[in-house]
Design a protein around this ligand. Structure first.
Ligand code: URA
Length: 200
């Protein structure tokens, strides 16, 4: 049986050569993932790479990524050990527009295979694009963030939790009780407890 690392390397190669949608014409790099597949028990799914991510081939390394790192640290989660970070769409949409449905459909095979290989204890749907990829209901991130529900991928159930996208938090500075930043920290602390309790 091939290891997680080998399976992901093969998939990454396919992703780097993918021409299934128009975004391959404008990308500098497909942005596959960041994290240690051996130790990560949490998969965080964002929207799509931005400019810095596209140039360096690593997800969440711009301003939003730095803020995300701060929240993860404060909640006790290690980006390098606990998290495997990916995006709904692997290539940067021009001018950071929201990915189209066609782009999301074209990229879904990579997303689902990544989840199957990692088999995380919990999946964080970070922002509206990631949420809509797995949730058909009418609720919005603001209403259902912090709630845990199951999704099924090829017969396997995975717990998912929607959380705010750090770009939204960059526009909302308050840390007062009930503010988006306050809620984000609470949600991530809940994730910390969940993975540590499941470790036992
Ligand atoms: N926003 C995302 O959703 N993903 C990234 O990788 C960077 C910013």
């Amino acid at each position: 049986m091939i290891s997680k690392k080998e399976a992901l390397e093969k998939l990454k190669l396919r992703c780097n050569h993918c021409k299934a949608c128009e975004l391959n014409n404008t990308r500098h790099n497909a942005v596959f993932a960041d994290g240690n597949p051996k130790t990560a028990s949490v998969v965080l799914i964002g929207e799509a790479p931005g400019e810095n991510e596209d140039l360096q081939g690593i997800p969440f390394i711009g301003r939003a990524g730095k803020l995300l790192n701060e929240f993860l640290n404060e909640a006790g989660l290690s980006r390098g050990k606990d998290l495997y970070i990916i995006n709904t769409v692997k290539c940067r949409p021009p001018k950071n527009r929201v990915p189209t449905n066609a782009e999301k459909v074209a990229c879904r095979r990579f997303l689902l295979e990544q989840l199957e290989i990692i088999a995380p204890k919990i999946i964080l749907l970070c922002g509206a694009t990631a949420l809509k990829s797995f949730y058909n209901g009418k609720s919005t991130i603001s209403k259902i963030r912090g709630e845990v529900f199951d999704i099924e991928i090829n017969g396997e159930k995975y717990p998912v939790m929607p959380i705010f996208h750090p770009s939204y938090l960059l526009r909302n500075h308050s840390t007062a009780e009930g503010s988006p930043r306050y809620l984000m920290l609470n949600d991530l602390k809940k994730v910390y407890l969940k993975i540590k309790l499941l470790d036992r």
